[in-house]
Design a protein around this ligand. Structure first.
Ligand SMILES: [Zn+2]
Length: 299
């Protein structure tokens, strides 16, 4: 008994030493532009890895270089239930069939009940890029998972880009993987809630999570915590460009004029939901007596 304490102290200092010598490494794959460039973030320990979010297209999912990292993928975490973050996961899971896919219950349920509709919708546009089946995540309701002694903490977000979303905070790296609550240097997708006020409120709550050195957004390059305020400013600009009864075309024009260097302008055009805004009713063959289309543009 008398030796227990010194041994514990030794173990503790050993653990601290290992911890200090083995920081996690982060690698982000940014999807291709036509595939909406979602980010997949690979967090690597010495031997094992955790992936946060898959891709939208299968061919993009195949480019998430998990195998090349030399690590065993143990877990895939999903931030939210938009197809650009999970329908392209199959190529990763084929190589790591034992990896668990985890999400919060609310995220899991939206994926589970909505994915057939999402697949049918997108099969119209990119049939070869959509899987036949989607791996439905397991529900995870704990506080965090561990990767070789490093905590990856689940942060339940308020409403923002969508109703149910999770960010992941890694205290040992002061890193936050925030999903689509933040788009960095790209236009944002408003179609789900289109509620700038609540989105800004949820962004402000990020300041309470803990020290943040690096943010990995859902789309666009990684960067520092200043990304939070930049996103708040962007959403405030959207709010002033999109008062009630504003046509989507006018919103898109105002926002692309204000942020001319931003990628992803297509996301503004689908702000009333993917479909006519993206393909055009006439191109889809919708008879004009059923859907006359928007009024002619004002000059
Ligand atoms: Zn996304």
């Amino acid at each position: 008994m008398r030796h227990t304490l010194p041994i514990l102290l030794m173990l503790a200092s050993f653990a601290t030493e290992v911890h200090a010598q083995s920081p996690l490494r982060f690698q982000m794959y940014e999807g291709a532009d036509p595939a909406l460039f979602p980010n997949s973030i690979l967090i690597m320990g010495e031997r094992e890895a955790v992936l946060i979010d898959g891709q939208w297209w299968l061919s993009e999912g195949a480019k998430v270089a998990v195998e090349q990292s030399g690590r065993e993928l143990t877990t895939v975490l999903i931030t939210h239930a938009h197809p650009d973050h999970y329908t392209g996961l199959a190529p990763v899971l084929e190589r790591f069939p034992d990896a668990r896919v985890l999400a919060r219950r609310a995220v899991q349920e939206v994926i589970r009940y909505e994915y057939p509709a999402k697949l049918r919708h997108w099969q119209e546009l990119v049939p070869d890029e959509m899987p036949v089946e989607v791996p439905v995540p397991e529900i995870f309701d704990g506080d965090s998972i561990m990767l070789e002694g490093h905590e990856i903490r689940f942060v339940d977000l308020g409403p923002g880009e969508t109703l149910h979303a999770t960010a992941f905070y890694i205290p040992s790296a002061s890193a936050l993987v925030v999903g689509d609550l933040i788009f960095n240097g790209t236009h944002a997708y408003f179609a789900d809630l289109d509620n700038p006020d609540i989105w800004i409120e949820t962004l402000e709550s990020l300041h309470d999570i803990g020290p943040i050195d690096t943010i990995y957004p859902g789309h666009g390059p990684a960067g520092g915590p200043e990304m939070i305020d930049a996103m708040i400013e962007y959403i405030a600009a959207y709010k002033s460009a999109a008062p009630p009864r504003t046509r989507v075309a006018d919103i898109a024009r105002a926002m692309t004029a204000r942020y001319p260097d931003y990628r992803g302008a297509v996301l503004l055009w689908v702000t009333r939901g993917p479909g006519f805004g993206l393909s055009g009713a006439a191109e889809l063959g919708v008879p004009p007596e059923v859907f006359p289309g928007p009024p002619p543009e004002e000059q």
